[in-house]
Design a protein around this ligand. Structure first.
Ligand code: TRP
Length: 464
């Protein structure tokens, strides 16, 4: 056992951890999902609720995961086992986590692949000749093209593998140190450009001026669910990254920095996209496809528009890549620690399985009828295709269940003596009390309410 631990990788520095973990957190969730759900839920009030969810539920679970990883120096399955070897059921939480990472990566790679195609389209100036209304058709045609779908799914997986195979410090950390500064520079530049547009004022008001009349109970639940996804919580990604931390690193400080960075980038994504939309006074109907339809077509209309569009898709692609490596790392660390496999073959083998599992996601927009439109009944007469079905199951069920169990484990099962070591100073002791309280009560109750609501059990209270 100790031999395995010796051979585990470690971050070269605290900055290395922070960049890698921020890279995991910042992804399609920030650049694609957050702007469109904020748009659909009416702006400011939703943003405010979201901030509370990050603060009261996201950060406590983030600290719980980092603590589990750091203390056990183990992958999600091993971590629960190290703390409670006599209660093997807890290992199932880790097993669910590894499985969830596998599932999310399988379709995340497909969507991330789209950003590579769109970077190419932008380089070739294809958006400057497309009317915004036609951009939707272009997107649909691309979705239905099996060769391109497979190609980019493969290319993106291959890039992820190429980084993860290098290991913790020589692969993930090294690439995070290149990709994250690039990402921050691009988003700062694009946001600055967008804020000079006429629609900027309206965008700022929309984002920061809460109008609570717009808010429904559904918005609150959506905000909570998204807090999990965006901070990469509930499946052991932060746990795994925490397991590569040196003993001296302060998990509270590190965790808070990651959460703050993630939130800032999500808000910047809105500050970048809304001015473009408001300036052009377009009605965004298909808000889900916003970054592949309205945004590129409208960007191309600005001065140096093609260049801006290229930057935009590179930004999304980099963000997706640093998230995908964390998803693959969870699966790989499980193979390496639990099955005692060597890192390189493990990475290749497991990534191939993930790739294969994701093939129907790449082909579920018409190419394979069985996996397309009516693949999975969501209930209420709604149907999902293969990709949306796995996203629905993972984001709405697997992650909250994983987060709930992690909160219960660290909040209730672990004893004070087992965790207090991570809270050395006087300030830490105060934080410890608040954290433990949130983790015991508010966090699990909040997550439970969301899940019961989704099962329809609370419809009688929340009729709105
Ligand atoms: N947080 C990433 C995003 O916002 C996605 C992601 C990476 C993730 N690793 C995760 C989500 C682990 C849940 C769990 O796009």
């Amino acid at each position: 056992m100790s031999e395995i631990k010796q051979s585990r990788g470690h971050w070269g520095s605290r900055l290395g951890f922070v960049l890698a973990a921020t890279g995991s957190a910042i992804g399609l969730g920030n650049l694609w999902k957050f702007p469109y759900i904020t748009y659909e839920n009416g702006g400011g009030a939703f943003v405010l609720i979201y901030l509370f969810c990050i603060l009261l539920i996201g950060i406590p679970i983030m600290l719980a995961e980092l603590l589990l990883g750091k203390r056990t120096q183990s992958n999600p399955v091993g971590a629960f086992g190290v703390f409670r070897p006599e209660q093997p059921v807890w290992k199932l939480v880790g097993v669910l986590g590894v499985f969830t990472g596998f599932v999310i990566l399988s379709y995340y790679s497909v969507i991330a692949g789209w950003t590579i195609e769109y970077s190419m389209k932008a380089v070739m100036g294809q958006f400057s000749t497309v009317a915004p209304e036609k951009a939707g058709e272009m997107f649909v045609a691309f979705l239905g093209n099996p060769y391109k779908q497979m190609l980019w799914h493969f290319v993106f997986m291959a890039m992820t593998v190429a980084i993860v195979i290098g290991g913790v410090s020589k692969g993930i950390e090294r690439w995070s140190k290149i990709l994250m500064p690039a990402l921050i520079a691009i988003i700062l530049f694009l946001t600055f450009q967008a804020l000079r547009l006429d629609g900027a004022r309206q965008a700022v008001v929309f984002i920061f001026n809460p109008d609570f009349s717009q808010l429904t109970s559904h918005s609150v639940l959506e905000a909570l669910g998204h807090a999990f996804f965006t901070l990469s919580l509930g499946m052991g990604a932060m746990l795994t990254y925490g397991s590569y931390m040196e003993k001296k690193v302060d998990i509270v400080k590190a965790g808070v920095i990651v959460a703050v960075m993630d939130t800032v980038i999500a808000i910047m994504a809105c500050l970048m996209m809304y001015p473009i939309i408001f300036t052009n006074k377009v009605e965004v109907k298909e808000s889900i496809g916003i970054i592949f339809t309205s945004i590129p077509a409208l960007l191309a209309r600005l001065p140096f528009g093609n260049m801006l569009a290229v930057m935009f898709f590179l930004l999304v692609c980099f963000a997706a890549l640093t998230s995908a490596i964390s998803l693959l790392e969870v699966v790989v660390s499980w193979g390496v620690d639990e099955l005692n496999w060597r890192r390189k073959p493990t990475t290749l083998l497991l990534a191939s399985v993930v790739f294969a599992f994701g093939v129907p996601s790449a082909l579920c927009n018409g190419t394979l009828p069985l996996f397309s439109a009516k693949f999975f009944p969501k209930g209420g007469g709604e149907w999902l295709n293969y990709l949306d079905a796995w996203d629905y199951l993972a984001s709405n069920w697997f992650l909250p269940i994983g987060g709930f169990m992690t909160a219960v484990f660290v909040g209730w099962v672990l004893k004070k003596e087992e965790v207090i070591g991570e809270f050395p100073s006087k300030t830490h002791k105060v934080i410890y009390v608040v954290w433990r309280f949130l983790l015991k009560f508010l966090t699990p109750v909040g997550v439970l309410v969301v899940m019961l609501y989704k099962l329809g059990a609370l419809n009688f209270i929340m009729a709105k």
